[in-house]
Ligand binder design. Structure first.
Ligand SMILES: Nc1ncnc2c1ncn2[C@@H]1O[C@H](COP(=O)(O)OP(=O)(O)O)[C@@H](O)[C@H]1O
Ligand SMILES: [Mg+2]
Length: 326
């Protein structure tokens, strides 16, 4: 146990305390948290900065507005309902279609059916704060349901994968793709049971996957190989992530993007407290990458330049062929 911890540290893996105390506290001014802790606000600032996001169909702020739900989605057959202040995929409903026979019944990504009344109840719970980080009242967002890009069709189970990029002082430091599984119910959150796969920043290709801290080569539901997939528009994804720094003012940031089949990469959310498991998915520690960024940091570099630097500086060791090396 002791030597494992030591080895992790030698590999530059950040300890939980170090991360919290140092990076979040030092580089993320608290006054900027609402920009990322409220998904309605995040959408607004991303749009204002010219970044693409899933369209917003409506926001429900008060219990009395729950009845407006059906008008908001009148012309949509698919949509996503989520708490503005949620995290970890909790409280998110991915609605993929309407029942063929009854317009007031919907199909969830899991294949289960849900009635409009049950959806009202769920929205009411969101507004009441059941899923909010703060425990206070919350808002429910209803937005466009992203259609997955065929690149990931074989390694996603009924849901949209997302690409997480950890950005330090505006420089992409590490990335992973999270792949939904049967267990994660249309969501790509690791603690819902999604698979994380590291990404070679140089090429945008996936590395081996991680499922609950164990290495996996194949997707648990589809059996398809996880490594070696080329993320489309990788340059654009890295550059957009880098811009997340200017957009939020946060020096240590997780930017989450999804790739829509029609619209291309969209910003899904940004996070002031990015988790550490991205290091496991990449078999690499963040500390050494952060140290490297410190030494090459240029405050005048543009997001595109910072993305290019990250591609050059952070290829996967051994072209991504490295086995787990802790
Ligand atoms: N608009 C959407 N279309 C399709 N899937 C979505 C959409 N929004 C969220 N999801 C799925 O749910 C997951 C969690 O959503 P996210 O907005 O990141 O909330 P959280 O803060 O709870 O992680 C995403 O990774 C994605 O897999
Ligand atoms: Mg998320």
């Amino acid at each position: 146990m002791f030597s494992a911890a030591k080895k992790l540290r030698q590999n530059g893996v950040l300890g939980l305390n170090e991360r919290n105390a140092d990076f979040i506290m030092r580089f993320n001014p608290r006054r900027f948290y609402p920009r990322v802790d409220d998904k309605v606000l995040t959408k607004e600032i991303a749009l204002a900065a010219g970044m693409a996001v899933p369209d917003l169909y409506g926001v429900i702020v008060h219990q009395a507005e729950v009845r407006n739900f059906s008008a908001m989605i009148e012309n949509q057959s698919s949509f996503v309902i989520k708490p503005a202040q949620g995290s970890g995929g909790d409280g998110i409903l991915v609605v993929t279609g309407r029942s063929e026979r009854r317009r007031d019944r919907f199909r969830l990504s899991s294949g289960m059916n849900i009635s409009e009344g049950e959806i009202h109840h769920h929205i009411s719970n969101i507004v009441g704060g059941q899923y909010s980080l703060s425990g206070n009242r919350d808002k429910a967002l209803i937005e466009y349901c992203v259609k997955f890009d065929p690149t990931f069709a074989e390694v996603s189970y009924q849901g949209v994968p997302d690409v997480r990029v950890v950005v330090y002082k505006g420089y992409p430091a590490m990335a992973m793709v999270r792949l939904p599984t049967r267990a994660s119910d249309g969501k790509a959150n690791l603690h819902q049971g999604a698979v994380g796969a590291g990404v070679d920043l140089a090429s945008g290709r996936t590395l081996t996957g991680v499922l609950e801290n164990a290495l996996v080569e194949d997707h648990p539901d589809t059996g398809a190989l996880i490594a070696g997939l080329e993320i489309p528009q990788w340059d654009f994804i890295l550059e957009s992530s880098a811009r997340g720094y200017e957009v939020t003012g946060l020096g240590y940031l997780g930017v989450d993007m999804v790739i829509d089949n029609d619209r291309g990469p969209l910003i899904l959310e940004m996070n002031a407290r990015p988790g550490l498991n991205i290091q496991i998915a990449n078999c690499t520690g963040l500390a050494s990458r952060i140290a490297r960024i410190e030494s090459i940091y240029d405050k005048n570099a543009t997001p595109a330049e910072r993305a290019a630097v990250a591609r050059q500086e952070f290829p996967a060791a051994n072209g991504g062929q490295t086995p787990f090396s802790f």
